[in-house]
Design a protein around this ligand. Sequence first.
Ligand SMILES: Cc1cc2nc3c(=O)[nH]c(=O)nc-3n(C[C@H](O)[C@H](O)[C@H](O)COP(=O)(O)O)c2cc1C
Length: 311
Amino acid sequence: MKILGISAGTRNGSNDAMCKEALMGAQEAGAEIEFINLSDLHIEHCTGCVACVNALFSKGKKMCVLKDDFGWLQEKMLDADGIVFAVPIFEKGTPGIFHTIMDRFGPSADCGNLTVATQIAAQTGGTPPDPRWLKDKVVSYMSIGGSDWMTRTQCDCGIQAMTPLWKVIDNEVFSWSLGILEDDEKPARAHQIGVNLANAAKDIANAQYQGEPGLCPHCHSREFYFYPDNTVECCLCGIRGKMVVDGDGYRFEFAPEQLQHAHDTMPGKFIHADDINRNNGHANEFRKTDTFKQKQKKYVEFIQGSKPPRA
Ligand SMILES: Cc1cc2nc3c(=O)[nH]c(=O)nc-3n(C[C@H](O)[C@H](O)[C@H](O)COP(=O)(O)O)c2cc1C
């Protein structure tokens, strides 16, 4: 059983240390381990060209046009049974490099799309996508901050797991942690996170979330979007309901049918994919019309983007 540790912090900094502490725990629990610091990799931003998802449906292959180290990283992730991420908190959330990795997973790593592409390949005799994308995997996140500005980071982390539907085991935040090595409790917690992850990887089907319960009973998120009509939506799984005052705390209440379209479930992913297909079909038809061409021309001709001089 393989556990991969990925640190998005500076080399030999707090994130590397906690990632390695978790790997020590995983190794004790019987895992084969590997460590990657993302600073050692060259990873470019997703441009949004959607070539990857087009290739997934036409060729059964998730192909990215960018030539960098992401393919190598992806292979490492696909070969692992579990992954532990140590992520520095930037502006209360995860840093750009973490978002870039999420973006590079893209719609072609969405297990709803992968399932449909696999079915199409079976019906047409085409090449199915790499089955490792649909293999169960467990993942844990540790966000490490230099202060207590941290309210978006757990949600960012959970959203990464949502695309490939990896099972989240722990999603921990260590605030005020620039001096994390002075502390004994936080490294001990990181160690336990590694043990939990390796144990979860031994029986992924029955593995359970081990972190603090959060407020959303479905995905454990604490981050909510309040609509003007007094309904609230869980920013992670998308369930919509009401926030109810319960004693000294809050309770998030929702109708059971909301679970049918939670964003981190296969039925929810299929509903979302149908909505997108319908909308994209309409938008593609509109782009063929003269009305669209005239409207677009107005913006294209209005002003050109400034660019830095190149030697
Ligand atoms: C651009 C930037 C933004 C940051 N924003 C936050 C923040 O919002 N909250 C916080 O707790 N720490 C913040 N920090 C502190 C980092 O989380 C901290 O430097 C990092 O966890 C150190 O990890 P390392 O030793 O592994 O590099 C920020 C640091 C930088 C460079």
